[in-house]
Design a protein around this ligand. Structure first.
Ligand SMILES: Cc1cc(Cn2cc(-c3c(Cl)cnc4nc(-c5cn(C)nc5C)[nH]c34)cn2)no1
Length: 283
């Protein structure tokens, strides 16, 4: 029923609502099923009052306009949106296996072949975004969901912008993924996503982000001087790739296209290699 979800203007009565999937500051995400097709979606419900109060209306508008335009297997689809008097509803793809954040907590860390597959797929999604002049700016386990075939999907484009941008962002949430130029409020571009790809690679391999520290000042300092310790179980090739992504000068970071040709990726995540399935009982 591809074409009619273009023409159709949706409303809440088109859906049976299911359990809450996640709660956020501005609203919640519910499992939902479209009544006619029985198609299962994730319905993100945002309160207009909260949005207007917090002046993040432009952010929500941008999230919608950006995510509706992006079509990629490793980017969570937005099928449409609608609103009623009090709320805005975003009709999103349902990611069957939840967030990378939860999976990482459950498994502590992943083996190098699994991480290389995730990084390969995330890099392809970012190459696609950058080709459409979109920088995500908020790549971290909380914003990555796991689909039906255990494939990674970038979600939550609430922080994405069109490059270049120097929009001041209230530093809410973890600092661990911020690049040096964002910390210093300098104009930033696509290269911030290359930096956060390096941070994510480390966290998936080690189980902790590379600049983890007891307080934010220590984290700032570690980021600004790129102070990283690699555990001895990390391979030389993995360290080589992260060392080429976590570079202070944005221009000197390894371009995403070259990430796909790096030996650690080509040897651990050859074309066609799929992410492993993690069954809940498998501990
Ligand atoms: C508000 C608010 C909360 C969030 C974070 N968030 C995203 C989801 C979510 C989405 Cl958008 C799509 N598919 C999902 N699948 C799950 C899920 C599946 N399992 C087995 N467990 C969970 C959880 N969550 C999904 C939920 N919360 N963004 O804005």
């Amino acid at each position: 029923a591809k074409n009619d979800d273009k023409k159709k203007s949706w409303s809440l009565s088109d859906f049976d609502l299911g359990r809450p999937l996640g709660k956020g500051k501005f609203g919640n995400v519910y499992l939902a099923r479209e009544k006619e097709s029985h198609y299962v979606v994730a319905l993100k419900v945002l309160f207009k009052s909260q949005i207007l109060d917090s002046e993040i209306e432009h952010q929500v508008r941008r999230e919608v306009e950006i995510q509706c335009r992006l079509r990629h297997p490793n980017i969570l689809r937005m099928y449409g949106y609608f609103h009623d008097e009090k709320r805005i509803y975003l009709i999103l793809e349902y990611a069957k296996h939840g967030s990378m954040y939860k999976l990482l907590k459950e498994r502590e860390r992943f083996d190098e072949k699994t991480v290389a597959i995730y990084i390969r797929d995330l890099t392809k999604a970012l190459v696609y975004c950058h080709a459409k002049k979109v920088i995500h700016r908020d790549i971290k386990p909380e914003n990555l969901l796991i689909g039906h075939n255990w494939e990674l999907k970038i979600a939550d484009f609430g922080w994405s912008v069109h490059s270049p941008s120097s929009r001041r962002m209230t530093l809410c949430g973890t600092l661990d993924y911020l690049s040096p130029e964002m910390i210093e409020g300098k104009p930033h571009n696509y290269a911030v996503d290359i930096w956060s790809l390096g941070v994510l690679c480390y966290e998936l391999l080690v189980g902790l982000p590379p600049f983890d520290a007891k307080d934010s000042h220590q984290t700032y300092r570690k980021i600004r001087y790129v102070i990283i310790k690699y555990p001895d179980f990390i391979s030389e090739k993995a360290k080589d790739l992260m060392g080429k992504l976590l570079v202070i000068n944005p221009e000197q970071r390894l371009p995403l296209i070259n990430v796909l040709q790096h030996p650690w990726i080509t040897e651990n995540a050859p074309e066609g290699a799929q992410p492993p399935a993690f069954n809940p009982e498998q501990k």
